[in-house]
Design a protein around this ligand. Structure first.
Ligand code: C2E
Ligand code: MG
Ligand code: MG
Ligand code: MG
Length: 274
């Protein structure tokens, strides 16, 4: 009897596991096809100055116009990473962002830079800076027009590499911000040795800032520390006026969030009046 149960359990698991694998393989080949067919595009969310009056930059956020509709990165980035497709995706993103930067500069904002997000594998990929340079050159984009966002986890997982990469990006004039700041296991001491431009305060803290509890204290400390270290602070996920006002009073430098603007298609940037 015992072995029967064992057998059916085995069949149960192996069936669901093979289904899982099948599903994964399916998604992988859909992503691969999506890259070939250029089904990916970027939407842009403005970064707003501290007085709330000016667009100082944009963040590029990836979208996939898949058979299942328009998908956000949480639905595909991890699989793209694990399957290695993220390298091709990264090249496609670089091509798109360079073209879009041209469009934005010619049609809307002459002096803004656009930030792209790099995942762990993209950041640590062989010759990442070479690939980046190659795309900037091909599209005739100045390094100052582009910025990079990586999470603290990515940096600390690749500390030696990060030192070199940050150094050469910094020398080229490419700014680097730390994304989702406050959520990783950050070794502040290690992080702050690197040439960083800004800390992006995670939405998780912004969400609860109006309660004036721990989240408020954390944000206040981050902003004060950043000021002492001459780093900018950018608050992400600002949805309400009250949040903006508290963050502004604390001295936060830039803001992003639905209160100011949702991410938009590149053509829509033309109609932004700020
Ligand atoms: P992130 O860099 O922290 O991006 C912020 C996310 O918060 C975006 O989600 C944005 O749409 C969302 N957001 C902004 N303001 C608000 C708000 O006021 N309320 C709410 N509820 N959400 C807000 P999205 O576009 O789904 O991106 C999720 C994550 O995927 C990003 O987090 C980033 O880590 C990653 N990602 C985005 N684009 C790329 C890319 O091109 N390459 C890679 N490797 N990762 C990307
Ligand atoms: Mg980001
Ligand atoms: Mg973020
Ligand atoms: Mg975040």
């Amino acid at each position: 009897r015992g072995s029967d149960i064992g057998k059916s359990l085995y069949e149960f698991y192996s069936k669901s596991m093979s289904e899982e694998i099948l599903k994964r393989v399916e998604i992988e080949s859909e992503i691969s096809r999506g890259i070939q067919k250029k089904q990916f595009f970027l939407v842009y969310q403005p970064k707003i100055s501290s007085d709330g009056s000016t667009v100082v930059g944009f963040e590029a956020l990836l979208r996939w116009n898949s058979q299942k509709g328009i998908l956000t990165p949480d639905k595909f980035i991890q699989i793209a990473e694990e399957s290695g497709l993220v390298y091709d995706l990264n090249r496609l993103v670089l091509d798109i962002v360079c073209k879009d930067i041209k469009f934005i500069k010619e049609n809307a904002f002459k002096n803004v830079s656009v930030a792209i997000n790099l995942s762990g594998k993209e950041f640590a990929m062989y010759n990442m800076i070479g690939v980046l340079n190659e795309h900037l050159k091909k599209h005739n984009i100045a390094p100052e027009d582009i910025e990079i966002e990586v999470t603290e986890r990515v940096i600390l997982n690749n500390l030696e590499l990060s030192r070199q990469v940050f150094d050469s990006l910094n020398k080229k004039g490419i700014k680097i911000s730390i994304d989702d700041f406050g959520t990783g296991y950050s070794s502040l001491e290690l992080l702050l040795q690197l040439p960083i431009y800004a800390l992006k305060i995670d939405k998780k803290f912004v969400d609860k800032i109006e309660l004036f509890s721990n989240e408020y204290i954390i944000v206040k400390s981050i902003i004060n520390m950043a000021k002492e270290m001459r780093l900018k602070t950018i608050a992400e996920g600002v949805e309400r006026k009250e949040q903006y006002e508290i963050l502004k009073a604390l001295g936060c430098d830039q803001f992003q969030g639905y209160y100011f603007s949702k991410p938009m298609r590149v053509e829509e940037i033309k109609s932004v009046k700020m």
